[in-house]
Design a protein around this ligand. Structure first.
Ligand SMILES: [Zn+2]
Length: 396
């Protein structure tokens, strides 16, 4: 983000920000003061907080990537929302709340899915239907019926009957470089271009699916100031970025935060589902969902008061593990010299430099003797109560 007027909200930026510190960062959008005042809602503030989750692709076959979550993990996340008693609401209810027309419970969740991959229908939709969760698909019109891995009109229409709201994700899903190129051609031409991407996509979706399209997700999270008046003029109520944070009623409607759930970064879902206390509601811990999890110590989400813990992973359940190829890494420490005990099948590392952050993320990956590639890393986060660790262990 180089200027307050232009926000380049790439997923890369999201990654560098992906520490628990921004779990409660609702001020993200206030870095754009001009847009904030312009897009601010007039409805009276309440104490409700909403989390917008953003997904992309799903698979029960392929390994997870940033943009692809395994169907298993997705299902566990949906179950976690239920276990945490978080209230999943539709985009319609979200917008009505934003406008001050409706009350919704604190700690509500909106589920959104970008781009229009076929896996939305084959993998995510059955899970969402099972849980009875409403959801929104942000579609870019050029990709619908695009063959191969694209959603078809028929699939989308069927999902509409079961809780699916349609939002726009432009016509062509332009990369930031393309948008910048168009902007360089001058304001008049740029406005025309934005009218096409934002306005025409809305009209096309409306015509095709017979529904109002009131929400938009900026492709790649890329926003420029010029987009906001065009969005308004075209009747959008809510526009979503990829910058994480809790949404309040007063959050700027055209620059709303969203937690993009990356298939390989379990802590994002945890941060999204973690809420601080307010005057009306107690703090609540989020859920960390892992598919590749083995028993560990300290445990996921556990808060310890020792800044020099012994970190262990019980790998006895992993078939054919290759003891020569087991790696542990910790941000700030890099790859650490963890040792693997072939008798107990336990990997362990004694932290040798005091942990300085309130949380510690550990990643462990391994090869098996029958495969040449590293398996998807197993990642978990535990917390350190820094204050009490100073008191209880002043010499450390
Ligand atoms: Zn996209």
């Amino acid at each position: 983000m180089t200027t307050p007027a232009t926000a380049l909200l790439t997923l890369l930026a999201l990654l560098t920000l992906s520490t628990p510190a921004w779990a409660q960062n609702t001020s993200a959008t206030s870095q754009q003061p001009k847009a904030t005042t312009e897009a601010k809602t007039t409805a009276e503030e309440d104490s409700t907080r909403v989390v917008i989750l953003g997904y992309h692709d799903f698979s029960s076959q392929k390994e997870a990537t940033e943009m692809l979550i395994t169907t298993d993990s997705f299902r566990m996340q949906m179950q976690a929302l239920k276990n945490l008693q978080l209230n999943v609401i539709s985009m319609e209810d979200f917008i009505a709340w934003k406008k001050g027309e409706k009350e919704i419970p604190d700690k509500s969740i909106v589920i959104t899915i970008d781009d229009g991959w076929k896996s939305v229908y084959t993998e995510a939709y059955p899970v969402l239907k099972e849980f009875g969760y409403p959801f929104t698909v942000f579609l870019y019109t050029n990709y619908i019926d695009g063959g191969g891995a694209a959603l078809t009109t028929a699939m989308i229409k069927e999902m509409q009957k079961n809780g699916c709201t349609i939002g726009s994700h432009s016509i062509s899903h332009p990369f930031p470089s393309k948008v910048k190129k168009e902007k360089a051609k001058g304001p008049e031409s740029f406005t025309k271009y934005l009218q096409h991407e934002l306005g025409d996509s809305r009209k096309k979706l409306k015509a095709k699916f017979g529904t109002l399209v009131n929400s938009y997700a900026y492709p790649g999270g890329f926003v420029t100031d010029e987009m906001l008046p065009v969005a308004k003029e075209n009747g959008y109520d809510c526009m979503f970025t990829v910058l994480p944070g809790k949404t309040r009623r007063s959050s700027p409607d055209l620059l709303l935060p969203r937690y993009i759930i990356l298939g390989t970064h379990d802590n994002i879902f945890r941060d999204a589902t973690t809420f601080k206390a307010t005057a009306n509601s107690a703090a609540s811990d989020g859920a960390i969902i892992q598919t590749n999890m083995q028993p560990v110590s300290p445990q996921p989400g556990e808060t310890i008061d020792n800044r020099l813990p012994l970190i262990t992973v019980d790998l006895s359940k992993v078939a054919n593990i290759d003891p020569e190829n087991i790696l542990m890494s910790i941000p700030g420490y890099g790859r650490v010299p963890a040792s693997y005990n072939t008798d107990t099948k336990t990997l362990s590392w004694q932290v040798n430099r005091r942990l300085r952050s309130p949380s510690c993320e550990v990643s462990v990956k391994w090869k098996t003797t029958d495969g040449s590639k590293y398996k998807r890393p197993m990642t978990w986060v535990f917390n350190i109560d820094l204050e009490s660790s100073y008191q209880s262990a002043p010499l450390k």
